[in-house]
Design a protein around this ligand. Structure first.
Ligand SMILES: Nc1ncnc2c1ncn2[C@@H]1O[C@H](COP(=O)(O)OP(=O)(O)OP(=O)(O)O)[C@@H](O)[C@H]1O
Ligand SMILES: O=C(O)[C@@H](O)C(=O)CO
Length: 423
């Protein structure tokens, strides 16, 4: 089938997908986010960009490759002209991947001979200089990402990080080339290719840098990065007349009780939870109870039901780094994380069953679990709540209003901000 599809995107988590969809919609492309490939059936024929959200960031590399290639094949079949692989602006990876293995596989699928990799997201303080990723003023390995619950990032040198997980040789396009403009970037990429290098971390500090890099990649079958670089690709399509630049971020209104959920343990979310606790009732998931098999879901859902429809309530599992360490040492990092996500998701499903229709969720993995439990398959993209976070409404039978926030995103009043912007 061929439609209006220009950019086919594969994202390695759900909030990252929303972040990318937000950028593309703001940049003027008619954009839809689907949850896996099953949601593609709900994407309208006139979509110019589709972002397929996977949960492939911290799974086994073989599974991440299989899911990503499958997603891209579906997008290509719908007519996508260019492939975008979206990962985290803090380059979240496990020791074996999955940014490298998925990039290698998508290169083979798309026939790309050079994969540009650029996680820069200036509005959220992520910049890359001489291949080193900074989170605001801190190198990645000195930032809070050092203690991420699932993907602790202990090296800021992205050439080294990507090389350790890639079959392709990895090089660098330094900022001096980016500052010199598109021709210099293309010349450096050609020179790297001449040395047998197939993937390149590209430095970028500002939105202007990203625009220049995006323009230089207009004919690349595959581009990889966080959401920032994709704006340049949208601009290419609009400039070439392939897209009209008339995407809309209007959403239909969704009435119904509101539920706020925080499963992220990032400093930004911890501060947002503290601020929200002054406005909304807070219900804390007892993580030890969840992990010892007690029916914590029923307890939390019952308490939350008492507020449903009267006022939003905040359901929280988030813990400080010390508490998190204790739980993880006792129960194992992955097992604890999955159990907590599933418990929060089960509470969300129970509340949806009781009538809740508007959900704000903090944390990528947590959002993934909640969206799956709600049965949402595709999302229409609305106005921006904070950089990287749009308001959204589910397409299909149950039109939930949703805001899915990456752990570190949003201002101190994010939960109230989200409820104010959601339709
Ligand atoms: N108290 C807790 N003890 C152990 N694990 C927890 C606890 N609270 C949350 N978690 C787990 O920590 C992980 C947080 O990941 P999540 O992706 O939701 O947030 P994040 O990493 O901050 O966000 P992002 O990936 O968008 O940056 C989840 O697996 C969640 O279940
Ligand atoms: O790029 C980002 O930082 C986010 O979209 C994300 O993926 C965080 O999990």
């Amino acid at each position: 089938m061929t439609g209006r599809l220009l950019l086919g995107c594969v994202a390695d988590d759900y909030t990252g997908a929303s972040d990318l969809a937000n950028t593309l919609a703001k940049s003027g492309l008619r954009t839809v986010q689907t949850i896996g490939v099953d949601g593609l059936a709900l994407a309208p024929d006139d979509a110019e960009a589709i972002v397929v959200a996977l949960k492939s960031r911290s799974i086994e590399p073989e599974d991440a490759v299989r899911l990503s290639v499958e997603a891209w094949r579906h997008l290509k079949e719908r007519g996508a002209r260019q492939c975008y692989f979206k990962y985290c602006s803090t380059f979240d990876s496990t020791e074996r991947g999955n940014i490298g293995p998925v990039t290698d596989a998508l290169m083979a699928e798309t026939g790309a001979t050079m994969a540009v990799a650029c996680p820069t997201f200036p509005e959220n303080g992520r910049t890359v200089y001489q291949g080193h990723l900074f989170v605001w003023a801190q190198p990645l390995d000195e930032s809070p990402l050092r203690d991420h619950p699932l993907n602790p990032m202990r090296d800021a040198n992205l050439v080294r990080v990507l090389q350790a997980q890639s079959g392709t040789r990895v090089g660098l396009v330094p900022w001096q080339d980016v500052a010199a403009g598109g021709q210099a970037i293309r010349a450096r990429l050609a020179a790297l290719q001449g040395q047998g290098i197939g993937a390149a971390i590209v430095d970028a500090i500002t939105l202007d840098d990203l625009t220049v890099i995006g323009a230089a990649c207009h004919d690349h079958p595959l581009v990889t990065g966080a959401s920032g670089l994709a704006a340049g690709l949208a601009a290419n399509f609009i400039k070439a007349g392939a897209a009209a630049g008339q995407g809309s971020t209007d959403l239909p209104p969704v009435a119904g009780p509101e539920v706020l959920i925080a499963g992220s343990c990032s400093p930004a979310t911890l501060a947002q939870v503290e601020r929200a606790a002054a406005r909304y009732p807070v219900i804390r998931l007892d993580v030890d109870a969840v992990l010892s098999g007690r029916d914590e879901v029923a307890r939390v859902a019952a308490e939350a039901r008492g507020h449903l429809g009267e006022r939003p309530m905040l359901i929280v599992s988030s813990a400080t780094p010390d508490d998190l360490r204790r739980v993880q040492e006792t129960h194992g990092r992955d097992a604890a994380g999955r159990a907590v996500e599933q418990a929060l998701a089960a509470v969300a499903a129970a509340l949806a069953g009781a009538g809740a229709r508007r959900f704000v969720v903090a944390g990528g993995e947590t959002s993934g679990a909640v969206v799956d439990a709600l049965g949402v398959q595709a999302l229409r993209i609305g106005p921006e709540i904070a950089p990287g976070v749009p308001a959204m409404v589910g397409l299909g039978e149950r039109a939930f209003a949703l805001a899915l926030k990456s752990g570190n995103f949003g201002g101190p009043d994010f939960f109230a901000d989200a409820l104010g912007v959601m339709p």
